[in-house]
Design a protein around this ligand. Structure first.
Ligand SMILES: *[C@@H]1O[C@H](CO)[C@@H](O)[C@H](O)[C@H]1NC(C)=O
Ligand SMILES: *[C@@H]1O[C@H](CO)[C@@H](O)[C@H](O)[C@H]1NC(C)=O
Ligand SMILES: *[C@@H]1O[C@H](CO)[C@@H](O)[C@H](O)[C@H]1NC(C)=O
Ligand SMILES: *[C@@H]1O[C@H](CO)[C@@H](O)[C@H](O)[C@H]1NC(C)=O
Ligand SMILES: *[C@@H]1O[C@H](CO)[C@@H](O)[C@H](O)[C@H]1NC(C)=O
Ligand SMILES: *[C@@H]1O[C@H](CO)[C@@H](O)[C@H](O)[C@H]1NC(C)=O
Length: 496
């Protein structure tokens, strides 16, 4: 077992960052769950992991009239808006009765010409409605009363038509009528189901069929996004035509390459004065982290694990300088919502809002009366099967196929920190096209960027945690606009 030592350490790391919410799992715990199951088996590189599940044909069901049925009139507590939004189910497997829930916010202006952007959250098991739509870059945020919404003026639907998908089955409102579906989840199955969802959704919203299409996501979506893109390329090639007009992908604070992702965490924690240099030294020596590690010593690894546990116990590993949520209660009257000062208790507001029957009705969600609550990260998915140790070969495949590839990183995240992402990118040994420079927004450094030959852009977002648009909404909006336009991040504020 290659990772025994570090798995124990990892486990204690994750417990520490999990602030015992009164409900559901948080992203923190969800990623831990993955690593725990992953590290119990050999995780050698295996390219067969990327085999696309073969089907005789991808089932595209008739979709007439369903788009209008899915139109959302108005959500409870919602301010007036000019754009159209939709929510509903797409059946991805008729036999097992599996259906995925989506929320779609059309662009504020020019929905007919702006691209289509899919957003996926990670986990595995976390909801794109919980994080992406309601806490990151969707058009609304939930007030502290758990009942009313306010507008997010930095919403990504200023730049694109944005589709939020709850995937796989068991996440949020997405379900399966065959409970054994929850016991054999994994990357391949998810990629395949996401693809079936997409083809059927494009049939329902047929005006988007030939539209430029991009896939975005964060955290464990570092696996979902490339694997869906890979599936799309595969089917386009097999059909010898463009079934889905995929132009590029963008992933943030993403799980990319296990070994480098792991070393990057400890290097980040030590260099940010969270753990001691001595702890870092011992982790590398005793926990088999890093390439040239000596054989692990379980007791010594455990001991340093305890030290690290205490160091992390009272900070938010997902945004190391952020305040914690000290009162999870809703407020009678809504506190004034602040876009630029993210409320660390937001998860609780969203949880209350999404579990309100009138909200579910307005969203056309939970139509089958599921037996469990809506959670930001699934409690239903019990098992995660295939999870390759690296997705680097896919990024190389995309570059060879002329797709745009951007990787961003909020630089105050300690969970999949900027060091991890840099080490992972370095593994590809790409030649530099534009050397490292600060990118600018409104006279401030928005972050730093380096562009590689083959069309891969790496960009940091300064002062942002794991969920970049939660903490730096304006910088995140600027980033996605430049990505979609295919223009380099500006080196002076004049190029905004
Ligand atoms: C539906 O799911 C079953 C069980 O996983 C699988 O065997 C079958 O191929 C799926 N059908 C389609 C059309 O995807
Ligand atoms: C799941 O079962 C419910 C209740 O029988 C049914 O109404 C629904 O259509 C099924 N879902 C799918 C995707 O077949
Ligand atoms: C693929 O389609 C192009 C035209 O779009 C055609 O020229 C070519 O022969 C096709 N290739 C195969 C293998 O069918
Ligand atoms: C939260 O609400 C509960 C139940 O109403 C109450 O007992 C508790 O004191 C509240 N907590 C805080 C920190 O206000
Ligand atoms: C679905 O609705 C039922 C009530 O009909 C509720 O008990 C359950 O929590 C809801 N589940 C989800 C996932 O929304
Ligand atoms: C800044 O960006 C512009 C436009 O991309 C480019 O022409 C110029 O060379 C860059 N300047 C520096 C100092 O990098």
């Amino acid at each position: 077992m290659v990772h025994t030592g570090s798995s124990i350490l990892f486990f204690s790391l994750l417990i520490s960052s999990f602030l015992a919410p009164t409900h559901g799992k948080k992203q923190t715990e969800a990623l831990g769950f993955l690593h725990k199951s992953k590290l119990t088996k050999n995780s050698a590189v295996d390219t067969s992991s990327f085999e696309v599940i073969q089907r005789d044909r991808v089932e595209v069901l008739p979709q007439e009239g369903l788009k209008e049925r899915d139109r959302i009139e108005k959500l409870p507590g919602q301010p007036n808006v000019e754009f159209s939004h939709y929510g509903g189910y797409v059946t991805v497997n008729e036999t097992t009765g599996k259906a995925f829930y989506y929320y779609f916010a059309e662009a504020q202006k020019s929905p007919h010409s702006l691209p289509l952007l899919l957003w996926l959250n990670g986990g595995p098991g976390c909801s794109s409605l919980a994080y992406g739509a309601m806490q990151e870059h969707g058009p609304f945020r939930v007030h502290s009363d758990g009942k009313t919404l306010y507008k997010n003026r930095y919403s990504w639907n200023h730049a694109a038509n944005v589709l939020f998908l709850e995937s796989p089955a068991g996440v949020g409102f997405s379900y399966s009528n065959t409970t054994s579906d929850f016991e054999r989840g994994g990357d391949k199955e998810t990629a395949s189901d996401n693809y079936v969802f997409l083809l059927n959704w494009l049939e329902r919203f047929s005006e988007y069929k030939n539209r430029d299409f991009y896939i975005s996501g964060e955290s464990y979506a570092g696996h979902y996004v490339p694997q869906l893109a890979h599936t799309i390329l595969h089917h386009n090639k097999a059909a010898n035509k463009t079934l889905v007009n995929l132009k590029g992908i963008i992933i943030g604070n993403a799980l990319i390459n296990d070994d480098t992702d792991l070393v990057g965490i400890y290097d980040y924690l030590a260099s940010h004065a969270i753990i001691s240099d001595e702890s870092l030294y011992q982790i590398k020596k005793y926990c088999n982290v890093g390439v040239n590690a000596t054989p692990p010593s379980l007791d010594k690894c455990r001991a340093v694990g305890n030290d690290v546990y205490m160091d992390l116990e009272n900070i938010d590993l997902y945004n190391i300088y952020a305040p914690l949520c000290h009162n999870t209660n809703l407020t009678q009257k809504p506190k004034k919502g602040s876009l630029l000062d993210f409320d660390p208790c937001s998860d609780y507001y969203v949880h209350a809002y999404m579990n309100t029957p009138e909200v579910q009705k307005a969203l056309h969600a939970n139509v089958t009366k599921l037996s469990y609550d809506w959670e930001s990260c699934s409690e239903v998915i019990k098992y995660w099967d295939d999870s390759p140790s690296t997705i680097l070969p896919l990024l190389q495949e995309f570059m060879e196929n002329g797709l745009r590839v951007w990787i961003f990183s909020g630089d105050t995240d300690g969970r999949i920190p900027v060091t991890s992402t840099k080490y992972s990118i370095n593994k590809m040994k790409l030649p530099v096209k534009t050397a490292w420079y600060p990118w600018m927004l409104n006279g401030e450094v928005g972050g730093y960027t380096e562009v590689y030959k083959g069309d891969l852009t790496f960009a940091t977002v300064r002062g942002a945690g794991h969920q970049v648009p939660s903490y730096q909404p304006l910088r995140a909006l600027s980033l996605i606009m430049h990505f979609l336009a295919g223009t380099p991040l500006p080196n002076t504020s004049r190029h905004d």
